[in-house]
Design a binder for this molecule. Sequence first.
Ligand SMILES: [Zn+2]
Length: 150
Amino acid sequence: MSRRKTRPRTPAAAAAPAVTATSPCPCGLDAAYGACCGRFHSGAGGTAPTAELLMRSRYSAFVVRDEAYLLRTWAPETRPDDVDFDPGMRWAGLEIEAATEGTAFHQRGTVTFTARFAHGGEPGALHERSRFARHEGAWVYVDGDFVDQA
Ligand SMILES: [Zn+2]
């Protein structure tokens, strides 16, 4: 841990990141936010068709602090009453490492990912295998297990 800071990916590293429809999507796909996760957040694009796209859109929802989206894509049995956004948390990127099932032909799926962040200026990473299921036809997040960092 010799590096003091990671290089910010965007010039605007101050308050909550201003993501607009034409910004690169926070989820890391090569698309603008409005055409990628933003269409699921607004509902204009319906619901995410795969567990991986739901995972990406939920990561982006944490970035843009869309609590309503996070709650409506959370399985009723594990859904919290509200989402506590940590103002010191700055999400810095998402990498999807593996996915099982979770397509149009499945009822369940898992997505393993690393989400990088800076918290109070200190870089960190969340490495998790998340479980997803269908609820009333749409993919929802059920729960997840932390995966040991290599
Ligand atoms: Zn996206």
